[in-house]
Design a protein around this ligand. Structure first.
Ligand SMILES: Nc1ncnc2c1ncn2[C@@H]1O[C@H](COP(=O)(O)OP(=O)(O)OP(=O)(O)O)[C@@H](O)[C@H]1O
Ligand SMILES: [Mg+2]
Length: 251
């Protein structure tokens, strides 16, 4: 079955075990929640799947093929895209140019063709621009195409990061706290974006502290505590689990 997987991964930073024997599989067309207290290892697991860290034990794989030796860029080409806990945009560039940066993985034109703006490079640029414009509209920023990304509101920056990640035409999209700092209405908007992404067949990993949001839109939820997987299941199973309530959700 096609999936992006972490299999029994362990990650240490010096003496700290950030992840211990954690497994997770992300399937196409699902929204999979990843929750847990601060420092429980959520971002570390996302970094492992996207290639920023290598596991000290266990492995990551895509459709059963091992990924561990592959760089962030190679994984991006295989269809793994992400956003960051703190948005990482190029503030001086326009919204459209930021979104277009996500298209690079599809480039076929070589350096010489691009440098001299030969026909293939020009056609590619037009296709990238059209795709980026559509995605920027899709996340609700169509009115701000030419605005500098640095001038966007916080929520708008988060939505633009999602558009940029989607511009790479990923199979899997890993979102690190996309609802962080968003208002209720903005979280609703985010929910509609994630719903549309899921319907297109992309598998979404949703790292989030807004647990109501997670339980509402996820099909499955994995819970970490201090680097260990404590519960995996449907939102109802996770929400009612005594251990999850004890360490994270509160009584
Ligand atoms: N590059 C690093 N070097 C050293 N320690 C790290 C590094 N990255 C993460 N850690 C540590 O690993 C543990 C897990 O961190 P991680 O960022 O994965 O947690 P998290 O679940 O994403 O937390 P939060 O909800 O606060 O974002 C923490 O103790 C953190 O301090
Ligand atoms: Mg984190």
């Amino acid at each position: 079955m096609s999936a992006l997987e972490a299999v029994s991964v362990t990650k240490r930073f010096g003496g700290l075990v950030a992840l211990s024997d954690v497994s997770l599989d992300l399937r196409p067309g699902e929204v999979h929640g990843l929750i847990g207290p601060n420092g429980s290892g959520k971002t570390t697991l996302l970094n492992m799947l996207s290639g920023y860290y290598r596991p000290d034990g266990g492995r990551t794989s895509l459709d059963g093929e091992e990924l561990d030796a592959l760089s962030v860029q190679r994984r991006a080409r295989l269809g793994i895209a992400r956003t960051f806990q703190k948005p990482r945009l190029l503030p001086a560039l326009s919204v459209l140019d930021n979104a277009m940066l996500g298209c690079w993985r599809d480039t076929r034109a070589g350096f010489v063709e691009t440098a001299f703006a030969l026909p293939r490079a020009r056609r590619e640029e037009k296709a990238f621009r059209d795709r980026a414009i559509e995605l920027v509209h899709g996340v609700g920023l169509g009115h701000a195409l030419t605005r500098s990304a640095g001038l966007l509101e916080h929520a708008e920056q988060r939505f633009l990061e999602i558009a940029r990640a989607l511009a790479a035409r990923p199979r899997f999209l890993l979102l690190d706290e996309p609802a962080g700092g968003l208002t209720g209405a903005e979280i609703e908007h985010l929910g509609r974006i994630v719903g549309t992404v899921r319907e297109s067949g992309i598998g979404v990993l949703l790292v989030e502290h807004h647990t109501d949001f997670v339980f509402r839109i996820c099909g499955r939820v994995t819970t970490l505590d201090r680097g260990r997987l404590i519960k995996h299941g449907t939102p109802d199973e996770v929400r009612r689990d005594p251990e999850v309530v004890r360490v994270y959700l509160g009584a």
